[in-house]
Design a protein around this ligand. Structure first.
Ligand code: FAD
Length: 529
């Protein structure tokens, strides 16, 4: 079993199939995971995400051994070709006849797997992959003529209908019987790469990998953009995201018990932290999206029966705005994976709407970009969001849209730079969702915001952070500035510039005039510049 972005036992399609196969053929099983620092760097994987993966591995090793009787070996291979070579060596040395894994849908990953399929076939080893990342696999939800949906709402209707009429269940892997007394306390297969297979050893190896990766990013100048303090970001992520599937499932249960019933209204208020914050776990696969969906539908049934007891007019079709809204967010995640598989060129930085993208004379102004990255634009909601990202590795969905629109519309900076910066910082960085979100905001994607609909970051703050609570948490220098000033570009500009009431605080005036920037952006999108 080759673990990739599926670091869990529960509801793991490939793992379940493998255990079933092993038990019906009395076969032995072992599992591997590869740490790939050079590959991570080239995919702009953030340090906090790497750290999260590494922290998850000892937990995975422990539960694999205790619950399924499967030893996990962790190898450090710089890049994908080293991984495939090592897999081939292991198969030969251990006389393996089959490798199983769950699909990954990004370009290099697909190329790697196709190459491996061919190479293993030469040695009569089968490489079997399973769809596991989505609730419904890519290409399974199509229009009547078999093409991809370009717009989310009809995709969602079909996706939901398909699920409503299905009898989906979570997978449960069985303990591997033939593995008894196998490999316990044995060193992993002797390869030229650093490796470990005992929980303690995996922890030690993992610490070295994280330190090495941090150094690599520092040398490349990636983790030190102005106030980005990678140690503080790591410390925060470690306490905010306890690793492993038990922690992930606990978070899901808690969210469903406490917050899901007010999701529809609270989801847009960043200071409430009322969303599930499961994305970090979903991204590395320590919880399955299917499991999230199944638990949410149970909550939907419970809500319907509670309601039905009180109110006989309550419709049985799951008419619960909050839970349905959350399920629709899971569908966005599936949607963007469907889009990526239908349009693989997205991975090579092409816009979904190439024509619209090519109309824009995108800016690459380094000073403007750095002001945005470090939260020094003079626009409080944008700055608070960026400082929160830099300090924690997470940003609330509403703020991702606001900051992305500010970069691409107010500053007209190429969305690809923002997309990359987010990947470098986010603990939940995920190519399909990130690319989808960025192109939605830049109006170059599927189902994108029309280019004339440009978020005003001051009105967004007024609607979603009315008392300025979120802003003041991340910009303590603004703690005495009243919300009505924070929410007005003109008032704020007057207050922080020379002679203004708050000119003594160290906060810059807004770096652009939003009204003018908006007109320029619309003209650019119309092709008028
Ligand atoms: P909840 O509101 O609890 O939603 C539950 C789950 O649904 C999320 O964990 C996530 O897996 C999925 N989801 C929710 N909204 C979206 C969405 N708009 N698109 C796709 N999936 C969604 N999400 C990522 O997982 N990784 C990214 O790298 C990423 N980059 C983004 C970049 C931009 C510019 C934008 C606008 C959005 C991005 N998103 C990304 C989507 C969304 O912001 C996050 O999934 C969400 O904020 C995670 O918080 P949560 O787990 O509390 O979400």
């Amino acid at each position: 079993m080759w673990f990739r972005r599926d670091l869990r036992l529960q509801d793991n399609t490939a793992l379940t199939a493998l255990c079933e196969h092993a038990n019906s053929n009395n076969a032995q099983v072992s599992a591997v995971f590869f740490c790939t620092p050079a590959q991570w760097q080239s995919h702009t994987t953030s340090l906090v995400q790497v750290d999260h993966i590494i922290r998850t591995l000892p937990k995975l090793a422990q539960s694999l051994e205790k619950q399924l009787n499967i030893p996990l070996a962790v190898y450090v291979c710089d890049n994908f070709s080293d991984c495939t070579n090592t897999i081939i060596e292991i198969c030969a040395a251990k006389n393996m006849s089959m490798v199983m894994a769950n699909y990954e849908y990004e370009g290099n990953e697909i190329a790697r797997d196709e190459q491996l399929t061919k190479q293993l076939a030469k040695n009569n080893v089968e490489f079997i992959r399973w769809h596991d990342q989505c609730i419904l696999p890519p290409k399974s939800i199509t229009t009547n003529d078999g093409s991809m949906y370009q717009v989310f709402t009809p995709f969602y209707k079909k996706w939901r209908h398909t699920l409503d009429v299905s009898t989906m269940q979570a997978y449960e892997a069985q303990t591997v019987i033939a593995n008894d007394n196998l490999n316990k306390n044995l060193k992993p297969f002797d390869s030229t790469h650093a490796s470990a297979n005992m929980t303690k050893e995996i922890e030690t190896l993992g610490n070295t990998v994280v330190e090495g990766y941090q150094l690599r990013l520092q040398q490349a100048g990636i983790v030190n953009i102005d106030n980005t303090d990678s140690d503080a970001q790591l410390a925060h992520a470690r306490s905010a995201y306890p690793a492993g599937e038990v922690a992930a499932c606990h978070r899901l249960d808690q969210f469903i018990a406490e917050d899901i019933t007010s999701y529809d209204v609270s989801r847009d208020v960043p200071s409430l932290n009322a969303t599930s914050q499961l994305s970090a776990y979903l991204t590395i696969g320590s919880i399955s999206a299917r499991h999230c969906y199944l638990q949410a539908t149970k909550a939907l049934d419970n809500a319907a029966s509670t309601h039905a007891n009180k109110d006989s007019n309550y419709s049985e079709n799951g008419d619960n705005k909050d839970i349905n809204r959350w399920i629709s967010e899971l569908a966005w995640r599936d949607f963007y994976r469907h889009v990526l598989v239908a349009k693989p060129e997205l991975i090579r930085h092409y816009a979904y709407n190439k024509e619209l993208d090519s109309r824009i004379n995108w800016s690459y102004n380094d000073e403007d970009f750095k002001a945005w990255c470090s939260g020094k634009t003079g626009v409080p909601l944008v700055d608070a969001a960026m400082r929160c990202l830099n300090a924690t590795g997470f940003m609330h969905n509403r703020l991702r849209m606001v900051t992305a629109m500010f970069l691409t519309k107010d500053l007209l900076i190429d969305w690809r730079l923002g997309e990359r910066y987010f990947m470098q910082q986010l603990i939940d960085g995920d190519f399909a969702s990130n690319n989808g979100g960025w192109q939605w905001s830049a109006s170059t994607g599927t189902d994108a915001a029309p280019y004339f609909r440009i978020m005003n970051p001051f009105s967004q703050a007024k609607s979603h952070d009315p008392d300025g609570e979120f802003i003041k948490t991340w910009l303590p220098e603004l703690k005495d500035v009243p919300a009505n000033i924070l929410h007005s570009e003109d008032k704020l500009r007057a207050a922080v510039t020379k002679g203004g009431k708050f000119s003594h605080i160290n906060y810059p005036a807004p770096m652009v005039n939003h009204k003018i920037a908006r007109q320029l952006a619309i003209a650019a999108f119309k092709g008028e510049n």
